[in-house]
Write a protein that binds this ligand. Structure first.
Ligand code: FAD
Length: 422
């Protein structure tokens, strides 16, 4: 396929996760080839929020300045009740930046993907498109990805092939889990929302019964990104044709003027049904390792899906560097170290994202209770954020408790004994 004859690492999938892994490993001196099924490397969709635990890593890779220049540093994340419209709580993102040392950014997906792609090209990653990987095999010295035109072998294959990962079948026979929720997106020129009651410098989440609505600026404020998410009655009834635009309108009919006025700007010709998967405790089989959504697809409520993929890439590359000697890389030790820490953290994110979504979507008395709790929250209390936005743990020992008083332990009980590798 590409110009590089032998690759040390073959990465399957050229989304944000695949490119992040390719870049991180190349920066450690390895030769990496990426196989992408699409005709060209790219991203569809709209905006992406990237928290300090991601921008910290982009800084290490020398990309933070470029990414910041492409995105927006919002002033706050504001949560409003979608029915009444009042503010429930907020995060002061200037204070977040001071506390964690790195900014919270919002960026167009294709801009983040583009920055990673340019960095991969500069670093010499061999990027091969139009290759669909159909299977994997362990070889004497490593592993290979199988495709219609043959096979690509390396010491390791990193599978970043997304929610419907083929590689995951090596580790689990699970299927994506439907949440019965669907997302509509729409990124429009700011001029189209200028007449509406919007907060142009903030990320605003309007939480309502079985629905929520997200708004934030993109591209220096020239664009405005909106996401409308709701539970589909047709999905709950088991109908195949679920999430259609008539359901969008019905789902938001009871929301306040702020939300309803913005809804007509959503793209109506496509929508995203929301799936995650049950967490699994190991992502490594021989010399094949899962990363990104292939390993840990979350519901998007914590905005950590792409962020976790970037963290995976950083953690794996750091362990590879620590285990590189004149004799080469001790791949088995590096993969074991990666597998000892990342599944534990990502399991927490996946399960917390589900719980966070339930909280957002409360109705009736539960909604009133939720609103009261959030209104009473100290805006500068970071109890529920520290475990996410702090430095990415490289070992189970470095994992912080999720929050004080709720310590599911870095590597205890339901994960089994701490995994070896340390
Ligand atoms: P993907 O982006 O799915 O990439 C997989 C790649 O592999 C694709 O390019 C695909 O073509 C390729 N591929 C697949 N199969 C094969 C094959 N067999 N052979 C070769 N190539 C293959 N995350 C955040 O961090 N912040 C947010 O604010 C945020 N908001 C979100 C909002 C919504 C509505 C949704 C749906 C998700 C959101 N996420 C967010 C999650 C984030 O989009 C994903 O977690 C992230 O994009 C996953 O990246 P990935 O590279 O692992 O997978």
């Amino acid at each position: 396929a590409g110009q590089v004859r032998d690759a040390d690492v073959v990465v399957v999938g050229g989304g944000i996760g695949g490119l992040a892994n390719a870049l991180a490993l190349t920066l450690k001196g390895l030769r990496v080839r990426v196989l992408e099924r699409a005709h060209r490397f790219g991203e569809v969709g709209a905006g992406l929020q990237i928290a300090p635990n991601c921008t910290r890593i982009l800084h290490r890779w020398g990309l933070l300045e470029e990414v910041t220049s492409l995105g927006v540093r919002p002033e706050a994340i504001v949560m409003r009740d979608a029915l009444g419209g009042d503010v429930l709580t907020r995060l002061d993102l200037r204070d977040v930046e001071r506390r964690y040392g790195f900014p919270y950014l919002v960026i167009h997906r294709s801009d983040l993907h583009g920055a990673l792609l340019r960095a991969c090209r500069r670093a010499g990653v061999d990027l091969v498109d139009d290759v669909t990987v159909t299977g994997y095999e362990q070889t004497g010295e490593g592993a290979a990805a199988i495709h219609a035109g043959g096979r690509e072998a390396g010491a390791v294959v990193v599978a970043a092939d997304g929610l419907h990962s083929v590689a995951r079948r090596l580790l689990s026979d699970d299927e994506p889990v439907s949440s019965a929720y669907v997302a509509y997106r729409g990124a429009v020129p700011f001029a189209q929302v200028a007449h509406l009651d919007v907060q142009p410098k903030d990320v605003v989440v309007h939480v309502g019964p079985r629905c929520h609505f997200v708004q934030y600026p993109l591209r220096h404020g020239e664009m405005f990104n909106q996401v409308a998410v709701f539970e589909s009655p047709k999905a709950l009834a088991g109908e195949a044709d679920w999430g259609t635009p008539d359901e969008l309108d019905a789902a938001f009919a009871a929301t306040g003027e702020r939300v309803r006025a913005a809804l007509p700007l959503m793209w109506r010709d496509r929508w995203w049904r929301m799936f995650d998967r049950e967490p699994i405790d190991t992502w490594v089989r021989g010399r094949v390792a899962l990363t990104g959504d292939a390993a840990h697809p979350p519901l998007q409520y914590l905005a950590q899906g792409a962020v976790m993929a970037v963290e995976d890439a950083y953690v794996l590359a750091e362990h590879v560097a620590r285990r590189t000697s004149a004799a080469g890389v001790d791949w088995d030790a590096a993969l074991a170290a990666y597998d000892a820490v990342r599944p534990v953290h990502c399991r927490r994110v996946q399960t917390t994202a589900r719980a966070w979504g339930r909280l957002w979507h409360h109705d009736g008395e539960e909604r009133e209770w939720r609103d009261a709790v959030l209104r009473g929250r100290d805006v500068y209390d970071y109890t529920y954020v520290d475990w996410l936005f702090g430095p990415t743990a490289l070992t189970p020992e470095e994992l912080p408790p999720m929050f004080p008083g709720y310590d599911d332990g870095p590597a205890q009980s339901h994960y089994g004994a701490p995994k070896q590798g340390f």
